[in-house]
Write a protein that binds this ligand. Structure first.
Ligand SMILES: *[C@@H]1O[C@H](CO)[C@@H](O)[C@H](O)[C@H]1NC(C)=O
Ligand SMILES: *[C@@H]1O[C@H](CO)[C@@H](O)[C@H](O)[C@H]1NC(C)=O
Ligand SMILES: *[C@@H]1O[C@H](CO)[C@@H](O)[C@H](O)[C@H]1NC(C)=O
Ligand SMILES: *[C@@H]1O[C@H](CO)[C@@H](O)[C@H](O)[C@H]1NC(C)=O
Length: 341
């Protein structure tokens, strides 16, 4: 045999040896492929999933699918956005339960109807569950509290109703809870001592009522959204100079009432919206000392007294309007009579 031919054969052999382990390592596990094809079928073969073909590796070529390439070589993430089901609304596919290695499951926007399926209880490794912008209805199921691996629960922009289950306190690894834009009602459960690593809470635009639970004063979150609910009473426990909060939005609860003059602010605060409540007292000088504040709205409250100088560069007059007797730039000057208060 000619030596260059031998060389060529050796070279080809080498290529095969290099390529082989890589391709087997990344090949879709047959059980995962089967489960994904069932999901595709349950969704009536939407055109958005046209890349889901048995001729290609689901780990590399299927839209919204990824695999743990280092260890298990199983599908660990399924994220289906804008599925665009061209038929009438469908239930959320229960077949996701046949993907036991999932750590991330994301659905929506999608026209899913009915309840959140209990089949997701089979996902014993799930850390992120995001089901947003669907027509799913019913209550937030109690069984979610059994998925104790969850760190990130996002059920925003659905049609969920009823109360927030107190059993969510069992999710001790929770870092982020987003239940905004649903139809949740009743009081917020007193569960916030349960989440040592909590950084994000978004409960905006529901019908939550009653008092803010005490344990919410112990959380040190970066983002706190409680706006557009029916909460009442004290909210001063949410503040504190020792906290690392960037955003606090309590707007449009109508009946939150506490003395703002006694509140200390996080030095990290960037956005503060307290508008449309019954908050009283004055605006403390400390707020003007918050360096990064870029957005402020305290309009439609019962505040009084001189606006600390410095805040006029952060917000315009409308952000201070409709209070009891606020004065000073950007509102008209305090008269001598008013400045006595
Ligand atoms: C949901 O259904 C409506 C009406 O049929 C349609 O216009 C919309 O695109 C659908 N949304 C998604 C995300 O499939
Ligand atoms: C909180 O985060 C730390 C650091 O990431 C981690 O070691 C710890 O296990 C977490 N605690 C909980 C209850 O998740
Ligand atoms: C809040 O968290 C920050 C950063 O994680 C930390 O420095 C601060 O001490 C915490 N404050 C409180 C009141 O727990
Ligand atoms: C308002 O007060 C500032 C300084 O406190 C003063 O310079 C200004 O003339 C006052 N304006 C009116 C309309 O009284």
């Amino acid at each position: 045999m000619h030596s260059s031919t031998i060389f060529q054969i050796c070279f080809l052999l080498q290529l095969v040896l290099i390529a082989l382990p890589a391709s087997t390592a990344q090949r879709c596990h047959p059980e995962d492929q089967k489960a994904l094809l069932q999901i595709k079928k349950d969704l009536n073969n939407p055109s958005a999933l046209s890349s889901w073909q048995t001729t290609t590796d689901c780990c590399r070529h299927w839209k919204g699918v990824s695999c743990d390439r280092a260890k298990t070589h199983r599908v660990n993430s399924l994220s289906l956005r804008d599925i665009g089901m061209n038929s009438h609304p469908l239930p959320m596919p229960a077949s996701v339960s046949a993907l036991p290695y999932l750590t991330i499951l994301g659905f929506g926007p999608a026209n899913f109807t009915g309840p959140i399926p209990s089949s997701i209880l089979n996902l014993k490794r799930l850390q992120t569950l995001q089901i947003t912008s669907t027509l799913l209805s019913g209550t937030i199921p109690e069984f979610l509290s059994q998925i104790t691996t969850l760190t990130d629960l996002d059920l925003s922009f659905n049609q969920l109703s009823g109360e927030i289950p107190a059993s969510l306190s069992r999710l001790s690894h929770l870092e982020s809870l987003n239940l905004g834009f649903n139809k949740l009602s009743g009081p917020i459960p007193d569960i916030f001592n349960s989440f040592p690593n909590f950084t994000f809470l978004w409960l905006s635009s529901n019908q939550l009522s009653g008092k803010i639970p005490k344990s919410m004063g112990n959380i040190n979150v970066t983002y706190l959204y409680l706006d557009n609910n029916k909460l009442e009473g004290d909210a001063s426990m949410l503040f504190g100079s020792q906290k690392d909060t960037w955003t606090i939005n309590l707007a449009n609860n109508k009946r939150l009432a506490f003395d703002l003059g006694k509140v200390e602010f996080s030095y990290e605060l960037q956005i503060l919206d307290l508008s449309h409540n019954e908050i009283y007292g004055n605006i403390p000088e400390g707020l003007a000392a918050v360096r990064d504040l870029v957005s402020l709205d305290v309009s439609y409250n019962n505040l009084c007294g001189k606006i600390p100088s410095g805040l006029s560069s952060v917000a315009s007059a409308s952000a201070f309007a409709h209070n009891k007797c606020l004065c000073g730039s950007p509102l008209p000057n305090c008269s001598r009579r008013r400045s006595l208060f």
